[in-house]
Design a binder for this molecule. Structure first.
Ligand code: B3K
Ligand code: ZN
Length: 859
C-alpha cells in the first residue's frame, strides 16, 4: 500500500458545492443514487477527469449532465469520469449490502438497524466521491424504506418533509444547510425510541434534542441527556459557542469501532457511552459518558464548523476537542482529580506509544492507513500541547485566540498551522519555536537538579527529546514548568512561578533561602514531559504530605513508588535501600489513608499505584514479570502492614450512604482501593469483605469493584460471584462486556486458560468490537498472562489479529501495539513477540491497517 505524505498535499481539482443523495434502504440491499454538482476549482491545477474515490463498490449507472456515459473508467477502486467543461452534474448509482459490512465502515447493519460511520474514509464505501475533508458540500438526502423495519429515518441537518406510500414504505427528506466534508455524513434507519428534550441557546433559539435507543433502553438515557445539556451550556459560557441547527440527534448502536462520532447534527454513539443506570454502570462509566457526550458535541465547532484540510491535521480537531472536554469535566467535577486521571491515561498509553516503534508527531508526516493515526498521541498529547499554550497565556487570552480561530476559519478546512497562527494573533503569544511540538515525536526528558549555597538556591534544568523512528535528531522545545519552592520548616512557599525552558539547558537562581528549599515542579503537569529529579526521598515524602498543588502531591507519591519499583524490578536494589524505600512508601500511604483533610476522591487517586506500563517506561529494557511481581509484592506489603487502616477505611466508607454526590462517589472509590490492598496482603480477610461488598451492593461500582478483587483470587467466592454476576446481567451486553473484561484482566494465575475458555463462550462474538476489546484488550493488561514466559499470551493475541483482520481490520490493527513493545522487553520475551509479529506479517491478504502496524513494529 502507498505511503501518503503530508508534504504532497494539493487542493482537489473540483469543488462540489451540492450533493443530493437518494437511499432505497434494505438490510441486504441498499440502492444509492448520488447527484453531484461539480465546478472547476480555480485554486487547483486543471484536470480532464474527476477522480471519485470508491472502496468495494461498482457503478451501476453514470450520467453526466443528464446523459448516460460509458467513457468512465476505474482506477484502483476509484471512478474516473472525464469532464470537459467548468460545471457539471454527475449522477451515479451504486448498490451495497449493509449486512455484509463487517468492517463497520460505511453503511452497515447492527441489530436490525442501519447506520453509518464515515470518518475517515467510509463514505467511499457508500458511493463514489472525493472523500477528503477539504471538499465541503451542502447535502440534501432523501431516504425511503419499509416503515415496519425502519420506522425512524434520520440524517444530518433538519427534517424537511416526510410521507408514506401505500406499499408499506415511507420516506424522509433531510437538508443540512452547513457545508460539510463527506466524513461528517450520517444516516440512521431503524426501530428506535427517543428520550426527547429541548435546549434554549444563549441567543434564545430552541433546539430539539433526542437520544435514540432500542426500546427497553430508554430508562438508561437520562445521564447522557443531562450531560449533553450541560455541555451545550458550558460551551456557550466558556468558549462562546452556540449550537447552529434546529435539532440535535444522538443514536446509540451496539456494534461500533470506536466511542462515538460527531456527524453534523446526528451523532452516532457506541451504546457504552450512552446507557447508564446505577445498577449497571460504574461511576467511571458515568464520567466517561459525560466526557464523550461533551467531546462529540464540542466537535460541532472544533471539527465541523472548522474542519481539517487533510488527515495530517487530525489533531487540529481532536487535540483541541479533547482539551475542551477535559476542561469541561474539570469544571463539572473535581478539577484536580480529573487532571490526575488525564495524566494517568497519557502516561499509560501515550508515553509508551511515543517511545516505541509507532511513535509519531501529533501532526504526522506520513501514513498508509489513516485509521491507524487515531492515536493517544494525536488525541491526548495533542490536547496537552494546546493546554501548554493556554498555560503560557492564561485562560482569557487563550479564549481570545480561540475566538479568533473560529472567526477566521468558520466554514473552512483548516490546518494546525492556522490554529497556531490564530492563537499567536489572538492571544499575543510567540509560538515560533513552540511549533516544534507539532513536528517532533518523543516525550521530552527534563533533568532537574537543585543546588543550595548560602541563601541561594540554583535550579539546573536540561532537556532532551529522544530519537524516534525517522527522527534521529531533535531540537529543544519550549517547556512551560510551573514550580514552587517550599520552606521545609513552615511547609509553605512564596507563590508559584511559571518558567519556560526554551533551550537545552538553563539555570535559575532564587535567593532568600537560608536552608535548602523543597522543589515542587511541573505542577498541575504543566508540560507533557518526563521529569527526572534528583529529589531525596525525604523531600518526596514532604511533598506527598504538604504540597498544596494536588497534582504535585500525587506526583510525589508516584515518584516515591516508581523509583522503588524501577530499581527493584531491575534488580538494582540492595536490601537496605529496599527496606528504606518500603518504609517511606508505607508512611506516605499511611498518611494518605488517614489524612482527614483529604476528600475520598482525591485520597483514592493517591492510593492508586503507578501502572505496569508506566513503570516499564522507566526502564530501557523491562522484564514484565519482575515488574509485576514487585508491584504485587508492594501491594501485599502495604495490604498486610496497613491492614487495620485499610479495613477501617473500608468500614468508614461503607457507612456513607449511597448516592451520586461526590462524597458517596469518593467512598466507593476508596472502598475498592482498600479491597485491592487487602486482597494482596491478607487475602483470607479480603475475600470475606469483598464477598460482603458484592452481596450488599446497590450499585455497579461497588459490585464490580468487589468482583474485580475476587476475580484475582483462587477461592470458592470467586466462582460463586462470577456465576452470580453473569446470571444477574446476562441480558445486558454492556455489563457482560465487564464480565469478560474482569476475568481477562485479572491477577489470577490461570488467566490464559480463562481467556481461552471465554473465547469459546456462547456470548463471545468476534464481530462485536466491544466484546472483542472486553476480552482481548483487557487480557493485554494482565502481565502474568500476556507476558507468560511460554509465549502463549502473545500467541493468543496474534491468533486474534489473524482471525479478526479479514472481518474488521480497523479493530484488528489496534492489537498490534502491545506486541510491538518487543524492543523494550526482556530478551527471551522479545524474541517470542517478534516471532508473532513475523507470523502475522506473512499472512496472505493482510489488510492495509494491520500491514502498516506490523511493518512499523518490526521496523
Ligand atoms: N472523530 C471520531 C473518530 C473517528 C475514528 C475513525 N477511525 C470520534 C471522535 O474523536 O470524536
Ligand atoms: Zn474527537
Amino acid at each position: 500500500p502507498q505511503l501518503i505524505q503530508r508534504e504532497d498535499y494539493a487542493p482537489f481539482a473540483w469543488l462540489v458545492p451540492e450533493v443530493a443523495l437518494r437511499f432505497d434502504l434494505g438490510i441486504e440491499r441498499t440502492r444509492v443514487h448520488s447527484a453531484l454538482t461539480v465546478q472547476r476549482n480555480a485554486r487547483a491545477n486543471t484536470a480532464e477527469f474527476i477522480r471519485l474515490e470508491g472502496d468495494g463498490i461498482t457503478p451501476l449507472e453514470v450520467t453526466v449532465d443528464g446523459e448516460a456515459i460509458n467513457s468512465w473508467s476505474m482506477d484502483d477502486g476509484d471512478l474516473m469520469v472525464p469532464l470537459s467543461g467548468d460545471t457539471h452534474q454527475i449522477e451515479i448509482v451504486t448498490e451495497i449490502d449493509p449486512s455484509a459490512n463487517t468492517q463497520l465502515m460505511g453503511l452497515f447493519a447492527s441489530n436490525g438497524m442501519l447506520c453509518t460511520q464515515c470518518e475517515a474514509e467510509g463514505f467511499r464505501r457508500i458511493t463514489f466521491f472525493p472523500d477528503r475533508p477539504d471538499v465541503l458540500s451542502v447535502y440534501s438526502v432523501r431516504m425511503s424504506g419499509s416503515k415496519d423495519q425502519f420506522p425512524i429515518l434520520l440524517c444530518n441537518g433538519n427534517l424537511k418533509a416526510s410521507g408514506e406510500r401505500p406499499d408499506g414504505t415511507h420516506w424522509a427528506e433531510w437538508h443540512d444547510p452547513w457545508p460539510k466534508p463527506s466524513y461528517l455524513f450520517a444516516l440512521v434507519a431503524g426501530d428506535l425510541v427517543a428520550n426527547r428534550d429541548t435546549f434554549t441557546t444563549s441567543s434564545g433559539r430552541e433546539v430539539e434534542l433526542a437520544i435514540w435507543v432500542r426500546d427497553g433502553d430508554l430508562e438508561r438515557t437520562d445521564h447522557a441527556m443531562d450531560s449533553l445539556k450541560r455541555a451545550m451550556k458550558w460551551d456557550e459560557e466558556t468558549f462562546g459557542r452556540e449550537y447552529d441547527l434546529d435539532t440535535f440527534n444522538v443514536v446509540a448502536v451496539s456494534d461500533f469501532n470506536m466511542g462515538a462520532m460527531e456527524n453534523k447534527g446526528l451523532n452516532i454513539f457506541n451504546t457504552k457511552y450512552v446507557l447508564a443506570d446505577r445498577a449497571t454502570a460504574t461511576d467511571g462509566d458515568y464520567d466517561a459518558i459525560e466526557g464523550v457526550m461533551a467531546h462529540e458535541y464540542f466537535h460541532n465547532w472544533s471539527g465541523n464548523r472548522v474542519t481539517c484540510r487533510d488527515w495530517f491535521q487530525l489533531s487540529l480537531k481532536e487535540g483541541f476537542t479533547v482539551l475542551r472536554d477535559q476542561l469541561f469535566s474539570q469544571d463539572m467535577g473535581s478539577e484536580s482529580v480529573k487532571r490526575i486521571e488525564d495524566v494517568r491515561v497519557l502516561r499509560a498509553v501515550q508515553f509508551p506509544e511515543d517511545s516505541g516503534p509507532l511513535a509519531h508527531p501529533i501532526r504526522p508526516d506520513s501514513y498508509r492507513e489513516i485509521s491507524n493515526f487515531y492515536t493517544s498521541t494525536v488525541y491526548n498529547k495533542g490536547a496537552e500541547v494546546i493546554r501548554m499554550m493556554r498555560t503560557m497565556c492564561g485562560p482569557e487570552r487563550f479564549r481570545s485566540g480561540c475566538d479568533l480561530y473560529f472567526d477566521r476559519h468558520d466554514g473552512q478546512a483548516a490546518t494546525c498551522e492556522d490554529f497556531i497562527t490564530a492563537i499567536e494573533d489572538g492571544a499575543g503569544l510567540d509560538l515560533r519555536q513552540f511549533r516544534l511540538w507539532y513536528r517532533q515525536a518523543g516525550t521530552p526528558k527534563v533533568k532537574v537538579r537543585l543546588e543550595h549555597d548560602g541563601d541561594t538556591a540554583t535550579l539546573h534544568l536540561s532537556q532532551d527529546v529522544p530519537p524516534t523512528p525517522g527522527q534521529p535528531e531533535k531540537l529543544p522545545v519550549p517547556i512551560p514548568l510551573r514550580l514552587a519552592l517550599f520552606d521545609r520548616e513552615s511547609g509553605e512557599h512564596e507563590g508559584e512561578q511559571l518558567v519556560i525552558l526554551e533551550h537545552a539547558q538553563a539555570s535559575l537562581t532564587f535567593s532568600g533561602f537560608a536552608a535548602p528549599p523543597v522543589l515542587s515542579i511541573n505542577r498541575g503537569f504543566s508540560a507533557p514531559v518526563a521529569i527526572e529529579r534528583d529529589t531525596p526521598v525525604e523531600d518526596l515524602v514532604f511533598l506527598a504530605a504538604n504540597d498544596d498543588d494536588p497534582f504535585a502531591r500525587y506526583e510525589a507519591m508516584q515518584d516515591l513508588v516508581v523509583a522503588y519499583l524501577r530499581d527493584a524490578a531491575s534488580g538494582a536494589l540492595a536490601s537496605e535501600r529496599r527496606a528504606a524505600g518500603q518504609q517511606a512508601i508505607l508512611s506516605a500511604f499511611a498518611s494518605a489513608v488517614t489524612d482527614e483533610a483529604l476528600d475520598d476522591l482525591m485520597r483514592g487517586e493517591l492510593l492508586i499505584l503507578p501502572g505496569h506500563s508506566y513503570i516499564s517506561e522507566q526502564l530501557a529494557v523491562a522484564d514484565p514479570l519482575a515488574i509485576h511481581q514487585e508491584r504485587e509484592g508492594l501491594k501485599a506489603l502495604l495490604g498486610s502492614r496497613l491492614q487495620t487502616e485499610f479495613a477501617a477505611m473500608h468500614a468508614r466508607a461503607s457507612a456513607i450512604s449511597d448516592g451520586s454526590d461526590a462524597v458517596a462517589r469518593g467512598a466507593r472509590k476508596v472502598k475498592t482501593q482498600a479491597l485491592v490492598y487487602l486482597a494482596a496482603g491478607v487475602p483470607e480477610r479480603a475475600k470475606e469483605i469483598a464477598a460482603a461488598q458484592y452481596d450488599t451492593a446497590t450499585n455497579m461500582t461497588d459490585r464490580l469493584g468487589a468482583l474485580m478483587v475476587l476475580a484475582g483470587l483462587r477461592s470458592p467466592e470467586r466462582t460463586d460471584k462470577i456465576l452470580d454476576f453473569y446470571t444477574r446481567f446476562r441480558d445486558n451486553p454492556l455489563v457482560i462486556d465487564k464480565w469478560f473484561a474482569i476475568q481477562a484482566q485479572s491477577l489470577h494465575p490461570d488467566v490464559i486458560e480463562h481467556v481461552k475458555a471465554l473465547a469459546k463462550h456462547p456470548d463471545f462474538n468476534i464481530r462485536n468490537p466491544n466484546r472483542v476489546r472486553s476480552l482481548f484488550m483487557a487480557f493485554t493488561g494482565a502481565p502474568q498472562g500476556f507476558h507468560a514466559a511460554s509465549g502463549e499470551g502473545y500467541r493468543l493475541i496474534a491468533d486474534l489479529i489473524l482471525e479478526l483482520d479479514p472481518i474488521n481490520p480497523q479493530t484488528a490493527a489496534r492489537f498490534v501495539a502491545p506486541l510491538g513493545r518487543w524492543r523494550r522487553t526482556e530478551r527471551d520475551r522479545a524474541t517470542l513477540m517478534r516471532a508473532e509479529l513475523e507470523r502475522i506479517s506473512k499472512a496472505p491478504k493482510l489488510s492495509r491497517d494491520t500491514f502498516e502496524q506490523v511493518t512499523r513494529s518490526l521496523g
